[in-house]
Ligand binder design. Structure first.
Ligand code: PEP
Length: 248
């Protein structure tokens, strides 16, 4: 079964609302590809203007974060119903920056995955190892454990819709990309883990992205690998290069 490629930009804490609209307009003609799901995951304050700016294009909207409750006394947070009403379809969960800087653990990440599905949002679930774990050679076990925890109680039908992003922390924003073989090794292992936790059909359906300094120069080689179905892109998503990645 051919899986549909998904190229998602993670804009992080970049782009004021007016800059965001300008970027959408700059990229508009560059990101057209009928065979690829193109997603912009944008800061909360940019969601409404970007939703307006992408109307009539092939681009889908994603958010970078949310909280597991629908409403209430959660100062500073944003809920799934709020995102849904603004046209958000995808939600990044478990990014290493949320794990490391904001202390999100696998219990919360698991709750977020389940809440996203219950709310009609598609999670882009991030996993990946630090440089220390890579050097120690224990990265496979680590990522397996992340996936197992984060998907506790998630059904096979939900996992078939899920997007998993393998993002080695040592490659995020560093300019150092995993080689295509290193990325493929882990993405294949993630698919095998899904087969063990669920079944072969679920493993075949789940889409797995690579993320970590993917750019116009290295995208084609990474995306050519059997188990890499797309990319989660930070820095290069803010430049015309993103169009080259979508069309790699
Ligand atoms: C990311 O933060 O998801 C990411 C992959 O960033 P970059 O492409 O800048 O390494």
């Amino acid at each position: 079964m051919a899986r549909r490629r998904i190229i998602a930009g993670n804009w992080k804490m970049n782009m004021t609302p007016s800059q965001a609209v300008e970027l959408v307009n700059t990229l508009k003609d560059l990101v057209v590809n009928p065979d690829v799901d193109v997603v912009y995951c944008v800061p909360a304050i940019d969601i409404v203007p970007v939703a307006e700016a992408i109307k009539g294009t092939n681009v889908q909207l994603g958010a970078e974060n949310f909280y597991i409750e629908d409403k209430g006394a959660f100062t500073g947070e944003i809920s799934a119903p709020m995102l849904k009403e603004c046209g958000v379809k995808y939600i990044i969960i478990g990014h290493s920056e949320r794990r490391d800087i904001f202390g999100e653990n696998d219990i919360l990440i698991n709750q977020k995955v389940k809440k996203a599905f219950a709310s009609g949002l598609t999670p882009i679930l991030c996993c990946g190892e630090s440089l220390a774990l890579r050097k120690a050679g224990t990265y496979t076990e680590w990522i397996k454990r992340q996936i197992t925890w984060d998907l506790t109680g998630v059904t096979a039908d939900q996992v078939k819709e899920l997007v998993i992003a393998y993002e080695p922390i040592w490659a995020i924003g560093t300019g150092e990309t995993a080689t295509a073989d290193q990325a493929e090794e882990v993405c294949k292992m993630i698919r095998e883990t899904i087969a063990e936790l669920y079944d072969a059909a679920t493993a075949e359906a789940v889409r797995i992205q690579y993320g970590g300094s993917m750019n116009a120069g290295n995208a084609a080689e990474l995306l050519a690998k059997d188990n890499i179905d797309g990319g989660l892109i930070g820095g290069a998503a803010l430049k015309p290069d993103f169009g080259q990645i979508v069309n790699a």
